[in-house]
Design a protein around this ligand. Sequence first.
Ligand SMILES: [Zn+2]
Ligand SMILES: [Zn+2]
Length: 409
Amino acid sequence: MQQESETPSSASDSEPRRFPCAQCGASLEYAPGTDALRCGHCGYENRIVGSTAPILEQDFRETLRSLTTNAATRDNIAIHCDSCGASYSFDAATHAGQCPFCGAPVVAKTEQHRQLQVQALLPFQIGRDQARVAFRRWLGGLWFAPGGLKDYARNDARLAGMYVPYWTYDADTTTRYQGERGDDYQVQESYRVIENGEEVERVRIVTKTRWTPATGTVSRFFDDVLVLASRSLPQDVTERLEPWDLANLTPYQEEYLSGFQSEMYGVELEQGFERARELMAPVIRRDIEHDIGGDHQRIHTLETRYGAIRFKHILLPAWLSAFRFRDKTYRFVVNGRTGEVQGERPYSAWKIALAILLAALLAGGGLAAWQYLSAAKQGPALDYRPRYGWVPTETHRLQNANPVGSPGA
Ligand SMILES: [Zn+2]
Ligand SMILES: [Zn+2]
């Protein structure tokens, strides 16, 4: 049976709203991939009435001014993790537990955050069970992962459904530049060589470049430049989760957050735009090079004016798992829309050594392999297992997994 959402029982400005089940009173939670809230207890469903309001982008400079008067913000109560600095909304069920960003135990310590309001979000499409399957498959495909990592995933990996904060920026840019255009031309050059004891003159074709000054102006409109507003997730890992289907952004409604957590942004609106400028810069340089034309381009100076800048504060869905091993945190993220997994990972040194040995056996054939083996038995080649059970981690991309290459080599 479906009904429209009722007015939630306790609605305050700062705490997450609860949506009680009309049938049994338990908390309703957003059901990923649907437009409904579902009761985990009795299965009752409430349909979320979608907002028809357009998603409005805000004026950047005006908002920066209004931030000084707190006009555009609201208070949020958040849990703060002292280990990694993450601040996130508490889910009514867990006031204490493990920090989903770093795996450290957190005791509920709440604090007030004045934050800009969220304009839009992408609701979860992938549920917890699907995320777990994707995560395990990813781990299963990792070569050289220590056995302990897989045991962890099988037994105690806790996946937290987290809405991760992002900014998007639009900007109308105009860039004036000064540089040089290089045009290639060919000349015949004569030169002398000694041949059979005689000096002879030869001719060769040489390519040269003629440089001429170039100045001009290029314009480009940037739409929805995406900037991570979390300081708790590694940027290189989250960037590999892109692209997001931003065309499906839904106006912010608290129902979608029910049963999930959301992180408070740690990158402020103004800092986020600095990152957006970094992302725009190479595109502008390419525009300039194209504008200069010729065979080669040099850019000496450029000055960009950012006209109308607009932004949105949005939330994107991810399943997180953090795992601590020997004082280091390894973080895994599952894209809550597509199920794609990215993460940091440790390597097992002895599994790598074994693979190198195996490769040598295959490549070297009988005698060489026998020699290698004897050398390995005597020498310290395989001897480092107990001392370096784990070698330093590096972030890892599944698509690039290379079964025989050693990490960092
Ligand atoms: Zn119920
Ligand atoms: Zn933490």
